[in-house]
Design a protein around this ligand. Structure first.
Ligand code: NDP
Length: 312
């Protein structure tokens, strides 16, 4: 195991991590950042971001994250590839292991590991992963041009995926398991008013069918139990997210869904010197702008913590 020390370690490179890095770097904390498995985070698999203030015409998610990264680098953040694979917060300074081989000892740790897509848990979903099953329309929609596809979910993500796919595909089935959607009104209206999106209410996926690739889905009515087979080539799962907090279990207090608990009005966790920002600690809002906001808070909390300890 190679070893290294740093003053302030940021884990994760989405809006929360980069914003924390900008603030920490400008405060002279010389932050080191490990980007994790998906540098740029979930916005790198988002097409158009229309609700981040300051972009009146909207901006593509990946472009926005490149700008965030540039800004973090500009003030001297030491940005590296690598995944935090374990932590030891039982003694001070804190230890974080990267790629199971490199141990970082840090005076302050800012966790901004975000969240990842959830899956239905069907065997066929795994079998056809990358052979018709996807959790990212923007990444994979292109392969299903002119074909029939399905999207599962009734939240903003599912509506966004369905809208995106409706421009590429012949027909999009949107599978909603109840008689209502969780999505914002504007997104619901958008899918309802799109001619080639058909919403299948009270419908759950029973099985994804095919040989080497997806050819159909068997759906089940949640009201009557009736089964129906529908031919499709692409099956997109958009049923929410799971916070990437498994490595912190046993050290940090998490809620029942695995989100990191922070002190009200701050980013402080139950461990001194460990701060949490972004979707890893936010079940409620989960927006790029709120993630960035809490990233800023985490850097300010870390700066104050280190100053109080006399560490600069
Ligand atoms: P949500 O948690 O909001 O919605 C998840 C959806 O998936 C719900 O409709 C839920 O149904 C359904 N679902 C969950 N499990 C299953 C299952 N096993 N089978 C079938 N359906 C299932 O997640 P989202 O990812 O859509 O959104 C997360 C957050 O991000 C929200 O706050 C959203 O507003 C925000 N967001 C904003 C966007 C924007 O503004 N541009 C874009 C995307 C997301 P049920 O309701 O029955 O539980």
């Amino acid at each position: 195991m190679t070893k290294e020390t740093t003053n302030c370690l940021v884990i994760g490179a989405g809006p929360a991590g980069y914003t924390a890095a900008v603030y920490a770097a400008r405060a002279g904390l010389k932050p080191m950042m490990y980007q994790g498995p998906q540098p740029g985070g979930q916005l790198t698999i988002t097409n158009e971001v229309e609700n981040y203030p300051g972009y009146p015409e909207g901006i593509k998610g990946p472009d926005m994250m490149m700008d965030f990264e540039k800004q973090a680098r500009r003030f001297g953040t030491d940005i590296r590839y690598g995944i935090a694979t374990s932590v030891d917060f039982s003694s001070y300074p804190h230890k974080v292991v990267i790629d199971e081989s490199h141990e970082i000892t840090a005076n302050a740790v800012i966790i901004a590991t975000g969240a990842s897509a959830r899956w239905l848990g069907l065997e066929s979903e795994q079998k056809f992963n990358n052979a018709g099953v996807s959790a990212c329309a923007v990444c994979d929609g292109y392969y299903y041009r002119g074909m029939d596809v399905a999207v599962v979910g009734g939240g903003d993500t599912a509506c966004e995926e369905a809208s995106y796919l409706s421009k590429l595909c012949k027909k999009v089935y949107l599978l909603v398991r109840t008689d209502k959607m969780r999505a914002s009104k504007i997104m619901q209206e958008r899918v309802k008013n799109t001619a080639n999106i058909e919403i299948l209410w009270n419908t759950q996926t029973d099985e994804i069918l095919g040989n080497a690739e997806v050819e159909a889905m068997r759906v089940k009515s949640t009201l009557t139990g009736e089964l129906k087979e529908i031919a499709i080539r692409g099956f997109f799962v958009a049923i929410g997210h799971k916070p990437n907090t498994d490595i912190f279990k046993g050290f940090l207090n998490l809620d029942t869904n695995g989100y990191i608990l922070t002190e009200k009005g701050s980013t402080r966790t139950n461990i001194e010197g460990v701060f949490a920002a972004g979707d890893a600690q936010d079940f409620t809002y989960r927006q790029a702008v709120t993630a960035a906001g809490t990233g800023c808070m985490a850097a300010l909390d870390a700066e104050r913590y280190l100053a109080a300890k006399g560490i600069h």
